[in-house]
Design a protein around this ligand. Structure first.
Ligand SMILES: Nc1ncnc2c1ncn2[C@@H]1O[C@H](COP(=O)(O)OP(=O)(O)OP(=O)(O)O)[C@@H](O)[C@H]1O
Length: 278
């Protein structure tokens, strides 16, 4: 049998993984494979396990160790996390909140080279002028070049998110992990963000995004994995997964689903009364 090339290795292969966060068991015996070059959305209600799944891909958390369980990323069971993160760009709210009040836009972006939060100590010493040039160039591509000296905490949410996207792209990774990429953005900012994601897909990047907003799943997403309470309730194409019955099963609320051009919308039934309180 011929060995798969690096490009053919699955992005992630999860076998029988059980994952705890604190005293919550988020996944029990989870099995899931995501190949490279497949644009994937992880969809599900609050607390269903979307962020936890992304953290497994990024090696921010690990499953319970057992003989029949594994999480293999790009064909490997073990990784130096820094080496792995060089291949992955991450945008998450979690990350957005970890920067200090004074970290400038440029330092946010350039920290992507080192998977660090800001530029201090060793990272500052290892920073090269060409990395700063590249950070400025990516900021210009994303239209945030005017924010080079602006502290992240003084930017609007949309500006912060674009700086974080620039951080995720600065080292030109093959895979982007986007956790709730449009949360908190107004319509113009979220449309702009989605158009940028579309361009990145066209440029050949792998995208794995988590969201609970059905209407924000871009047409370029070819696979939707629907979660509820750490279980995969549906997994397939957007057309197959984004049905009223699947979404009702996951979100546990009556709803209707419409397709408008390349987007899906979920909206309440006619009788939109609140359920009886027990
Ligand atoms: N640090 C933590 N300590 C303990 N439990 C946690 C922690 N983080 C998450 N959990 C729990 O793990 C479960 C899955 O959380 P996760 O953040 O993965 O869900 P999610 O689908 O991303 O939710 P949301 O849409 O609200 O971001 C939830 O029950 C949550 O309460």
């Amino acid at each position: 049998m011929t060995k798969p090339t690096n490009d053919e290795l699955p992005l992630i292969e999860i076998q029988n993984a059980t994952v705890w966060r604190g005293d919550t068991r988020v996944f029990k015996n989870l099995n899931l494979t995501i190949p490279q070059h497949q644009q994937v959305a992880i969809l599900g209600p609050n607390g269903s396990g979307k962020t936890t799944l992304l953290k497994l891909v990024n090696r921010a958390i690990y499953p319970v160790v057992s003989a029949d369980s594994s999480v293999r990323i790009l064909g490997r069971d073990t990784w130096n996390v820094w080496e792995l993160r060089a291949q992955i760009g991450l945008v998450s709210h979690d990350l957005q909140t970890r920067y200090t009040a004074t970290t400038s836009g440029l330092h946010v972006v350039v920290s992507g080279f080192h998977s660090s939060v800001g530029v201090h100590g060793m990272v500052a010493r290892r920073l090269r002028p060409e990395q700063l040039d590249r950070a400025r160039a990516v900021m210009a591509e994303l239209g945030v070049e005017a924010l080079v000296d602006t502290p992240l905490k003084r930017m609007s949410t949309g500006q912060q998110r674009r700086c974080l996207l620039a951080r995720a792209l600065v080292h030109d990774p093959q895979t982007l992990i986007l956790d709730e990429p449009t949360a908190g953005l107004d319509l113009a900012a979220s449309f702009d963000y989605l158009a940028r994601i579309r361009r990145l897909v066209d440029a050949g990047k792998n995208i794995v995004m988590a969201t609970h907003a059905i209407h924000e799943i871009p047409p370029s997403v070819s696979r939707v994995i629907l979660l509820r309470d750490g279980q995969i309730v549906a997994d397939g194409s957007r057309e197959a997964v984004l049905t009223a019955s699947n979404l009702q099963a996951a979100f546990v609320v009556p709803m209707r689903v419409a397709r408008v051009d390349d987007y899906f919308l979920a909206y309440p039934p006619n009788d939109n009364s609140l359920p009886d309180q027990a």
